[in-house]
Design a protein around this ligand. Structure first.
Ligand code: PGA
Length: 248
């Protein structure tokens, strides 16, 4: 039985004040939550959230990492820096990184490997654009994205990877994939893993992301192959986020 995982992706939102209010609000409701809950926060707030969440059930993650250990990479953040602030998770290959910062499948696979090398759990994001879905390419796109990681790191790497299926057309748009569309994609993703290793396919967590909210979370997470959510907009309100966390 796979445990439900709910991860918040705050993206580039927040201030010291709102971060404090949000984290305190989430912590206040955590006693009623059975899911594994992660908040992936902007790097400047890792320290603040670490201090607020020590000895709590709330887990900390970052939103991206650089593949180098240190050096002349202005503006970038290394795995060691992320770990230094108590984060155990890192989002890798989010569609905004892929589209706005030109991260290729190879770059993303490299980041997944570096996260694993450093003991961080990557939340590895995949998903097709609307044009790709409309032209019948959903399966080939997610296959290509996953294969890049299998080619570089091997199927065993998925013992330590959380997959997030996020159809790009559903991210931040208010248009959610129907439970059937999401379930079909998740089942397909699990079948790709199963072609390589049936046990790993069964144990790998595959989260859905894309306009998940308190109104649609239960139905989505209730699908057989959907093991939780990666939540953007709705993770910025403690009440909404908690409602999703309570689904598991
Ligand atoms: P959304 O974002 O929930 O606001 O659609 C999800 C994501 O980008 O991870």
């Amino acid at each position: 039985m796979r445990q439900v995982i709910v991860a918040g992706n705050w993206k580039m939102n927040g201030s010291k004040e709102t971060v404090n209010t949000l984290v305190m609000g989430i912590l206040a409701g955590m006693s009623e939550v059975n899911s594994t809950v992660i908040v992936c926060v902007p790097s400047p707030y890792l320290s603040q959230v670490e201090a607020l969440t020590t000895h709590s059930q709330l887990n900390l993650g970052a939103q991206d990492l650089n593949v180098n250990a240190s050096g002349a990479f202005t503006g970038e953040v290394s795995a060691d820096m992320i770990k230094d602030f108590g984060a155990q998770y890192v989002i890798v290959g989010h569609s905004e990184r892929r589209s706005l910062y030109a991260e290729t499948d190879a770059v993303v696979a490299n980041k997944v490997q570096v996260a694993l090398d450093n003991g961080l759990t990557p939340i590895f994001c995949i998903g097709e654009t609307l044009a790709e879905r409309d032209s019948g390419q959903m399966e080939s796109v997610v296959m290509r994205q996953i294969q890049a990681v299998i080619d570089l790191s091997g199927i065993d790497a998925f013992k330590h990877i959380i997959i997030a299926y996020e159809p790009v057309w559903a991210i931040g748009t208010g248009v959610t994939a129907t439970p059937q569309q999401a379930q079909d994609a998740h089942a397909f993703i699990r079948s790709i893993l199963a072609q390589n290793d049936a046990n790993i396919a069964q144990s790998t967590a595959i989260l859905y992301g894309g306009s998940m909210n308190p109104n649609n979370a239960a139905e989505l997470i209730g699908c057989e192959d959907i093991d939780g959510g990666l939540i953007g907009g709705a993770s910025l309100k403690a009440e909404d986020f908690l409602q999703i966390c309570k689904v598991g």
